[in-house]
Design a protein around this ligand. Structure first.
Ligand code: ADP
Ligand code: ADP
Length: 229
């Protein structure tokens, strides 16, 4: 999809007598190819916004349109097909499958899918893009944290998504490794043309994006474009 629009999006959680407005009144629009960071303190709604944008969760008010279509109103299969076609995810925890090799982990999203390209060739291509061709037969436990995150990134882009959603991908890495992961994602954004959402609580990384959205208490505090990169 070429465009994502959030129209007065809100998500609240009902607890024992208390309702948490995790995000509210979000009005934002994103174009494919944009590199956006989402920054703000813990609890400000970053993860919630990202999972809404990623169709992992549905808003309790407002709506999100992908090229004009409200995907989360569709059936489960249509939503998961949409995700496979358009979205890749990476997280703070790498979530690699421990018994599979690096190459098998990268291949795993393609296992049950029909695609118009050679799966193994594609997996090797993305392993090369993340600089780990020589590790294709390694198990996750044999790799460093930074290498494991690179494998997770390769897995997230193997199906050629339009959007890469990253939730604190550097949260488990030391500063230098984190910066290198950021730079890799920026490179992939430029090479592959996929839009990136990069959630972080680290302002130093956030300002390196082309667009920086700052969240506070579930709302957008500022949305600055163009003056960073
Ligand atoms: P961030 O990613 O900025 O740390 P989150 O989106 O995780 O913020 O959380 C925003 C607010 O919503 C917090 O107050 C959090 O406790 C609450 N929240 C998030 N997920 C849930 C949930 N599944 N159930 C209840 N409250 C939640
Ligand atoms: P992150 O490190 O990405 O900010 P969190 O630690 O805020 O993630 O949340 C991790 C998971 O726990 C998320 O799926 C979030 O929705 C859920 N969660 C966060 N806060 C709450 C809460 N108060 N009650 C229930 N679930 C929550």
């Amino acid at each position: 999809s070429l465009k994502i629009e959030c129209l007065d999006v809100g998500k609240s959680y009902a607890g024992d007598g208390v309702t948490t407005n995790a995000v509210q009144h979000i009005n934002l629009s994103f174009s494919k190819g944009e590199f956006t960071s989402i920054v703000g303190p813990s609890g400000s709604g970053k993860s919630t916004l990202l999972s809404l944008i990623g169709t992992l969760d549905s808003p309790t008010s407002g709506k999100i349109l992908y090229d004009g279509e409200e995907i989360v109103k569709k059936n489960k299969k249509a939503i998961s097909d949409f995700r496979f076609e358009h979205i890749g995810f990476i997280f703070q925890q790498f979530h690699l499958l421990p018994t599979l090799t690096a190459l098998e982990n990268v291949l795993s999203p393609l296992f049950a899918r029909k695609v118009p390209y050679n799966k193994i060739e594609r997996a090797k291509e993305v392993l090369e893009q993340v600089g780990l061709s020589d590790k294709e037969n390694s198990l996750p436990s044999q790799l460093s944290g930074g290498q494991q995150q690179r494998i997770a990134i390769a897995r997230a882009i193997v199906h050629k998504p339009d959007w890469l959603l990253a939730d604190e991908p550097t949260g488990n890495l030391d500063t230098e490794t984190g910066e290198r992961i950021f730079d890799l994602i920026q490179e992939l954004n430029q090479q592959e043309g996929c839009g990136v959402f990069f959630v972080t609580h680290d302002p130093k990384l956030a300002v390196k994006a082309n667009r920086m959205i700052t969240m506070k208490d579930g709302m957008v505090l500022s949305d600055k474009k163009g003056e960073f990169a």
